[in-house]
Unconditional design. Structure first.
Length: 198
């Protein structure tokens, strides 16, 4: 006898609807960019009603915020997965994280969403907030660990994080335009090495 299927809970339906909207929006933002994507297109691609969109998200910027947040989580997961369980040193962990970051940023559409449209739509302050809330601020924590272990010089942590982060982002942009990631990793490794004590 065939078992009767259990109906999905309201919570499960709500999460599925939200996920469908974010997935559809992500695909459109990646392909066309924020400015060229309309909410009717998102609704059509997700296969939901306009009312469903506005039940979950106030406006297009709100759904873009949700997409960007998921991208930050995915990048952080890739960075964390790239760091071996017991790196030889905090410097090695930073280098492994560099590789994870550049690999994660090669996901189609991610550079456009996070590095081009993200600052323009949400502003850098909001992106930094999303980074801290979703990724546990992996670069800052890695630099702090390296300083604590006396593997790199003690420098103003926030300023160092911001400047290295800008270099990583610029490398990701260049790789998205066809540069060899290994060239950029070689330079990033050399820059990290200059931070060593002594």
């Amino acid at each position: 006898m065939k078992e009767k299927e259990q109906p999905r809970s309201n919570k499960a339906r709500t999460e599925a609807m939200r996920s469908a909207l974010i997935g559809a929006a992500r695909a459109l933002f990646a392909q066309k960019g924020y400015a060229e994507t309309s909410t009717p297109e998102i609704v059509k691609t997700a296969g939901v009603t306009r009312g469903a969109l506005y039940h979950h998200f106030k406006d297009k910027e709100a759904i873009f915020h949700a997409v960007v947040t998921e991208e930050f989580v995915a990048v952080a997961d890739e960075i964390n997965a790239s760091i071996k369980p017991a790196p030889a040193s905090a410097i090695d962990a930073l280098k492994q994280g560099s590789r994870g970051y550049l690999r994660a940023m090669q996901e189609p559409g991610r550079v456009r969403i996070m590095l081009l449209d993200g600052p323009a739509v949400l502003g850098q302050i909001e992106l930094d907030k999303i980074d801290r809330e979703t990724s546990a601020d992996t670069l800052r924590l890695g630099l702090a660990a390296a300083m604590k272990a006396s593997e790199i010089r003690t420098l103003p942590l926030e300023a160092l994080t911001q400047q290295l982060s800008a270099m990583f982002d610029r490398a990701a942009l260049a790789v998205s335009e066809g540069d060899d990631p290994e060239d950029h990793l070689q330079v990033l490794d050399a820059l990290i090495a200059t931070l060593k004590e002594g």
